[in-house]
Design a protein around this ligand. Structure first.
Ligand SMILES: Cc1cc2nc3c(=O)[nH]c(=O)nc-3n(C[C@H](O)[C@H](O)[C@H](O)COP(=O)(O)OP(=O)(O)OC[C@H]3O[C@@H](n4cnc5c(N)ncnc54)[C@H](O)[C@@H]3O)c2cc1C
Length: 395
């Protein structure tokens, strides 16, 4: 049986980013890391690198810059120069702009498949060895670590096991980690759209009585659509022929980008706010969607998990102890608590406020949008949350 310092279970966006954040320090310390993942990037079933795109915050760019990956990622990252927020059927709108915030971009939209490729290419196999395709089927706590059973019946021991196996984590359940699960009764329909007019780096967040939608700028003048609707309605939209779908989307989105000409493959994601009740135990950390899955409309889920991953790597590398020391893991958890609470709260409240059909709530959000545009401090606060800088006084 082999033993390593760290085993990262799940090589999705979060697991791979953690491996990269640890890589240089691990090399210096002689640590051995294993990344275990059933599907290599580019495989159609790899959940992290499917047809989705991610809006990376300005804070995420800073992290990837620090890791020396940004130059590669930025080759296919579309900068968000402005965000246009509107409420269908009401006059109020708000605009956030990169120039007003004094940043080169409010964020960047990257296709997950491209991001995955950049992350996996950045891994140094001498420090991070891959077990792919492979899956962990069992985790057993030991006094000084964890014993993992893989699907080929091989055993692997580690000082620290990091669970980054996604929102439906079967291993979290196996370990008896409780979750709070609040379904939104909504699904996100995603697809790429080609409009007739240039998007010019403008991202649109549009709120309607039937749920919020986002249209984010992509390279080659495409846009990534995230359209949130009640579950049955989302299924109906996914089943429409291309022309009927585009015509319904056009009637809800309007003509801000001219005629919507083409739609790519549509996928559905049922949505819930799921939070693990524990994120650390001795020799165990839970990260990414396995720790918290958020509603996608505010584009915060992966950005938050990337900050968690960087903070966990910093905590492990700043300590003299062997990875897995509970005090170090608890200190990491404390450091990220405020960021997680604010980001999860922001994302959840924006979603619920902007999904409500109650007349008073509609009036409040209309006033909120007007106030946001008229009040520079409120707008700045909103922009910082959207850029993933909300809890970082240093930036
Ligand atoms: C429609 C949509 C749009 C989104 N848009 C944004 C956005 O714009 N910005 C943003 O910040 N966030 C966004 N998010 C959130 C973001 O996608 C997630 O935060 C991110 O995918 C979480 O990554 P993860 O690595 O934790 O989980 P996953 O992506 O689920 O990856 C988990 C990995 O673990 C592997 N795995 C599973 N079980 C095992 C096992 N037993 N052993 C080994 N490996 C295993 C899986 O194969 C997978 O590769 C969006 C989410 C959705 C649904």
């Amino acid at each position: 049986m082999s033993r390593v310092n760290l085993a990262i279970i799940g090589g999705g966006l979060v697991g791979a980013s953690l491996a990269l954040a640890l890589q240089a320090g691990a090399r210096a310390r002689g640590w051995k890391i294993v990344l275990i993942e059933p599907f290599a990037p580019g495989h159609t079933w790899q959940p992290s690198y499917d047809a989705r795109s991610s809006a990376l915050s300005f804070g995420a760019r800073q992290i990837y810059q620090r890791l020396g990956l940004w130059q590669n990622i930025s080759q296919r990252a579309e900068p968000i120069k402005q965000i246009h927020v509107s409420d269908r059927g009401r006059f109020s709108t708000a605009r956030l702009s990169a120039s007003e915030e004094g940043v080169p971009a409010l964020g960047y939209v990257v296709e997950n498949a491209w991001l995955g490729q950049c992350l996996w290419q950045g891994l140094d196999k001498d420090v991070v060895s891959w077990r792919c395709p492979a899956q962990v089927t069992r985790m057993e706590p030991l006094v000084d670590g964890y014993r993992l059973t893989l699907d080929d019946e091989t055993l692997l021991e580690c000082d620290l096991a990091v669970l980054a196996d996604g929102g439906r984590s079967g291993l979290r359940e196996q370990l008896g980690v409780g979750v709070s699960n609040r379904p939104y009764d909504q699904s996100a329909l995603i697809a790429n759209i080609t409009p007739s007019e240039a998007h010019d780096g403008m991202a649109f967040e549009r709120f309607t009585d039937d749920g919020p939608m986002a249209l984010l700028p992509l390279p080659e003048n495409r846009c990534a659509l995230v359209w949130t609707r009640q579950g049955m309605d989302a299924q109906r939209l996914a089943g429409l022929d291309e022309r009927s779908f585009l015509s319904e989307l056009q009637s809800v989105f309007g003509y801000r980008l001219g005629a919507l000409k083409q739609v790519g493959v549509r996928h559905l994601y049922p949505l819930a706010l799921v939070e693990a009740e524990e994120q650390v135990r001795p020799h165990l950390a839970i990260l990414g969607n396995a720790a918290h899955s958020l509603h996608p409309i505010a584009g915060q889920g992966f950005n938050l998990s990337l900050r968690d991953a960087q903070a966990l790597a910093d905590a492990l590398l700043d300590s003299e102890s062997v990875p897995g020391d509970f005090a170090v893991l608890q200190a990491y958890r404390e450091r990220q608590r405020m960021d997680q609470t604010l980001t999860v709260g922001f994302s959840d409240q924006v979603t619920r406020l902007f999904s409500s059909r109650l007349p008073l709530v509609s009036v409040a959000r209309n006033l909120g949008l007007l106030g946001l545009d008229a009040l520079p401090p409120a707008k700045r606060w909103f922009a910082r949350q959207a850029m993933g800088l909300g809890t970082r006084p240093d930036v």
